[in-house]
Structures are given as structure tokens and as C-alpha cells.
Design a protein around this ligand. Structure first.
Ligand code: NDP
Length: 475
């Protein structure tokens, strides 16, 4: 569907144009002015179904020991009614509401009130005040990078509690998992709705707002690019990283504690899931400055997709392997465990090195070595909405010369490793790799669409030099 565009901006198709002359690309890249029927259908489907998908997975674990077909078979054969399943679902509780409020408040305080000190003593770590990428309107935002510090302090408190203070049980997250789900949903919807209203009435940077004329698209994909409260509270940086990603490792630790409580020991599969996912999480915070240059921060607007997704989808569905292992304490044979560990580590290596190569290349403006050699470069240019002409470079060496998104391949290998750690008993823990494959393939297409309209012919030169997106010879 071609939605009406904002009255005071030129109506322009974002998609097919690959010329990069000044007028054609100005104001288009990073802004889908038109919403087609497919996008609108997908958005309405996700808005309606995503909360139920999360509920279905968590309920299937709670009531059917993680058998995904359990609820459907019971309803189809008349053994249960929807109302029975709903009646057995724990409601929101005062305790969960207090816990969740405390959690979010603590993360807000760590984010806003504690300037980074890690960069002062950790060699190689880049924290403190850092700059983001140039926005389509030509703005460069500053960010307080202190995620690693927030993660360390939060986990220090967790371990101090588990081993010394005993203020709460380490199983507390598992024990309140469904009541906490309702709290996370309340925050997810509240923040997305607030961001939408803010975008219309008091945006942080009006020139970086995107109005498609379609209410559902605006709500889902966001109006404001970088909504902020005050100088430093950046919605995207806060909600993307905390409370969801800081919580990820705590949730896994709580699941491990529950497995020990129920079965008397922690299995090697649970240890693998905890370790591999912790590497991914710590990597995220160690590289938070690099993260400012990734699609989530420098291209996506802040709407329900990020707001609700970070509050609900991420903490609940990215942790399904740990949850599954509470109900099914899988103990892997040594060869299986070693295979999973190797797959996870090789995947992580590709993911990290590929991302590092691009980051290093961009930071040094190409004056670096990639795989021991001077990198091959494609010079490119683009125009921001303020009419400014900018120059950039595309890397054609290292993993960026193997395929245009080889960093995603590493991520997918790591994701598969988490799933394989759960054995072959059920489909549920494999949801993650299915979801990541869809997410990253879609992201790859979305990003290329955007890069084509941003760089025009220069992007065509890159796709000619590196013809495959993910897997050489295949896709
Ligand atoms: P990338 O880090 O691949 O960034 C894509 C951007 O990089 C492009 O828009 C372009 O931006 C620039 N670029 C593209 N090709 C080149 C090149 N050859 N040389 C230099 N710059 C180039 O994408 P993401 O932000 O999606 O991903 C970052 C990481 O995060 C990935 O490893 C991904 O796997 C992971 N990820 C994980 C998710 C999860 O849920 N676990 C979700 C999403 C991502 P520009 O306009 O600056 O040129």
C-alpha cells in the first residue's frame, strides 16, 4: 500500500533508485516514505501475534514441559479449552511488579548517574563519551557508553547475593517468570506508545523524524530516530542494551540455579548455554561503542519493534534454551559437548573478527591492515537531508570480501550451537536459530535496499566486487 507521505516533504520512493546524484538520494536513505501491502501485512501480523507467540512458548514450558504441540493437541482433542490454559497461567503479582520496577530503576540509575570508569583502567576498552554515526538529517549524537560497567556491577551484586548476602534466592527470576512477563509487556507497550506520542508532539530532533502516513507502520517502526529525555537518556541505547541484554546472563544464571535445585546438579548443556551466551553478551558490552554504528542504532527508528522487542521478545525468547534445560536436564556426551563448544567458538570468532574488521577500517579511514594486507576499498559518497555531501568507504577485504554480510554467518553458527546444546528431544529450543535465520536474512535484504539508495552506483560496484550476501556460491 502506498501510504500518504508527510505533507511538507517530497514524496519519494526509497526502494529502487540506485543513482546517487544529489537530488535523488537526498533525504531518502534510511527513510521508507511508502509502505507497501506486504510490509503493512507483516506489521499488523507482528503487532497482533508477537505477544501471543511469546506467551505460547513460555506457557508451553510451564504447562506442557516445553512440548510445543502440547497445547494444540489438547485443544484439538478436547482435553483442554483455551480457558483452562489461561486459568492455569500465573497472573501478575505485587512481588513481580516490585521486582521489575526495582530492576528497571536500578538499570536507569546505572545508565544515567554513573559515568563510565571502566575505560580508565581496562586496556583496549572504549567507553565514556562517544559519537554515533551521521543521521539522515546530518546530526551526530553523543552517547555515554557505560554498559560494561552496568553489566559488571549488576553481576557483582548478583554473585554477592548468591554467596554472601542471601537477600533473595538465585531462582527468583525463574520463580516469577510469567508474572514478570506481564510487567515486561506493560513497559514494552508504555515505552513504544510514549515514543510515538513524543515523536509527534515533542521530538528530540524533528528533522530526523519519519512519518509514513500509516499509523501502524509509524507505531511499529517508530517516528523518532533518536528519542531522548534530557541530554543523555537515549531510548535506543538504553532499551537495546539494558534492561534486556544485562538481564540475559542473569536469567540464564537463575535457570541454572533452578536446574540445580530441581535435579541436584547443573548439566554440561546448561553450562555450555550459559558460557556461550555470556561470551556474546560480554562482547556486546565490551564493544558498545562499535554498536553505535550498527543498524539498530544508526538506521532504525525507535518504535514498538525496538521498544517492545527489547523489553519482551529478547529476554523471553533469547533465553529459551536455558528455560528448556530446567525442564529437560540434558547431559551431553563429551564429543557432542566439544562439538557444540567448537561450533559456538568458531561462530563467535567469525562474528567478532568480521565486525572488528569493518569497525577498524571505518575508524582508521582505511589506514589499517586486514588479514596482514592493506585493504581493498571502494570510495563512495552520499547526501544527507540537509544537503551536505559526505564521503565514505566500503571494505572489500577480509570477511567483507568473502560475502557482504559474513558477520551474520558467524552469528548464525553461534546461535545454532546454543540450540544443539539442548539435544534433539524437542523443537522449542531450536526456535532461536529459525528466528535468527529469518531475522538476519531479512536484515540483510533491508540493509542492502538502504545501502543501494544511499550509495547508488558505488554500491553497485561493491556488489559486483563481492557478489554474494551470506554464503559464497549459494546466496
Ligand atoms: P552490520 O554491522 O553488517 O552493518 C551494516 C552497515 O555497515 C551497512 O548499513 C553499511 O552502513 C555498512 N557497511 C556495509 N558493508 C560495508 C563494507 N563492505 N564496508 C564498510 N561498511 C559497510 O549490520 P548489523 O548492524 O545488522 O549487525 C551488527 C552485528 O550484530 C552483526 O554481527 C549481527 O549478526 C549482529 N546482530 C545480532 C542480532 C541479535 O538479535 N542477536 C540482531 C541484529 C544484529 P553505512 O551506512 O555506515 O555504510
Amino acid at each position: 500500500m502506498a501510504a500518504k507521505s508527510q505533507p511538507n516533504v517530497p514524496k519519494a520512493k526509497s526502494g529502487d533508485s540506485v543513482t546517487n546524484d544529489r537530488t535523488a538520494s537526498q533525504g531518502q536513505w534510511g527513510r521508507a516514505w511508502e509502505v507497501d501491502w506486504f510490509s503493512l501485512g507483516s506489521i499488523i501480523f507482528l503487532l497482533l501475534c508477537a505477544p501471543f507467540i511469546v506467551y505460547y512458548f513460555i506457557m508451553a514450558c510451564d504447562q506442557y514441559s516445553c512440548a510445543l504441540t502440547g497445547p494444540v493437541v489438547d485443544i484439538a482433542t478436547g482435553r483442554a479449552q483455551l480457558s483452562d490454559i489461561w486459568a492455569k497461567t500465573p497472573p501478575i503479582t505485587r512481588k513481580a511488579a516490585q521486582l521489575y520496577t526495582l530492576w528497571v530503576t536500578f538499570q536507569v540509575l546505572l545508565y544515567t548517574s554513573l559515568p563510565d570508569f571502566c575505560h580508565k583502567f581496562l586496556p583496549g576498552y572504549v567507553g565514556g563519551i562517544q559519537e554515533g554515526a551521521v543521521t539522515p538529517a546530518g546530526v551526530v549524537n553523543k552517547y555515554q557508553i557505560n554498559g560494561l560497567q552496568a553489566w559488571l556491577l549488576t553481576h557483582l551484586l548478583w554473585f554477592a547475593n548468591a554467596h554472601l548476602l542471601s537477600w533473595f534466592s538465585p531462582t527468583i527470576i525463574f520463580d516469577n517468570w510469567i508474572p514478570l512477563l506481564w510487567c515486561a509487556n506493560i513497559l514494552g507497550y508504555a515505552v513504544s506508545t510514549f515514543a510515538m506520542v513524543k515523536g509527534y508532539f515533542f521530538p528530540t530532533s524533528a528533522r530526523d523524524c519519519k512519518f509514513t502516513g500509516n499509523f501502524f507502520y509509524n507505531y511499529m517502526m517508530g517516528v523518532e530516530f533518536n528519542p531522548r529525555i534530557g541530554k543523555w537518556f537515549d531510548f535506543k541505547l538504553f532499551f537495546n542494551g539494558r534492561p534486556g541484554i544485562v538481564a540475559w546472563t542473569l536469567i540464564n544464571l537463575s535457570f541454572a540455579a533452578k536446574q540445580r535445585e530441581l535435579h541436584g546438579h547443573v548439566t554440561n548443556a546448561m553450562v555450555l548455554v550459559n558460557v556461550l551466551q555470556a561470551i556474546y553478551v560480554i562482547d556486546f558490552f565490551w564493544n558498545e561503542t562499535w554498536y553505535l554504528k550498527t543498524i539498530d542504532i544508526c538506521h532504525d527508528h525507535f518504535g514498538w519493534y525496538l521498544g517492545w522487542g527489547d523489553c519482551v521478545w529478547l529476554p523471553y525468547l533469547y533465553t529459551l534454551q536455558g528455560l528448556y534445560l530446567v525442564y529437560h536436564p540434558v547431559q551431553l556426551s563429551t564429543p557432542h559437548a566439544v562439538g557444540v563448544l567448537l561450533l559456538g567458538l568458531v561462530g563467535y570468532y567469525i562474528f567478532r573478527v568480521a565486525n572488528h574488521q569493518k569497525d577498524l577500517f571505518r575508524r582508521t579511514d582505511g589506514r589499517c591492515l586486514i588479514w596482514g594486507k592493506k585493504p581493498k576499498v571502494i570510495e563512495c559518497s552520499y547526501t544527507s537531508a540537509d544537503g551536505q555531501r559526505h564521503h565514505s568507504k566500503l571494505l572489500v577485504s577480509g570477511f567483507w570480501g568473502v560475502a557482504r554480510h559474513f558477520n551474520y554467518v558467524g552469528d548464525l553458527m553461534g546461535s545454532l550451537a546454543y540450540c544443539l546444546a539442548c539435544g534433539g528431544g524437542h523443537l522449542l529450543p531450536y526456535f532461536y536459530i529459525i528466528y535468527m535465520a529469518i531475522l538476519l536474512t531479512h536484515r540483510c535484504l533491508r540493509d542492502e535496499h538502504r545501502c543501494a539508495s544511499k550509495y547508488g552506483r558505488d554500491w553497485e560496484r561493491y556488489t559486483a566486487a563481492v557478489p554474494y550476501r551470506l554464503l559464497p556460491g549459494i546466496f
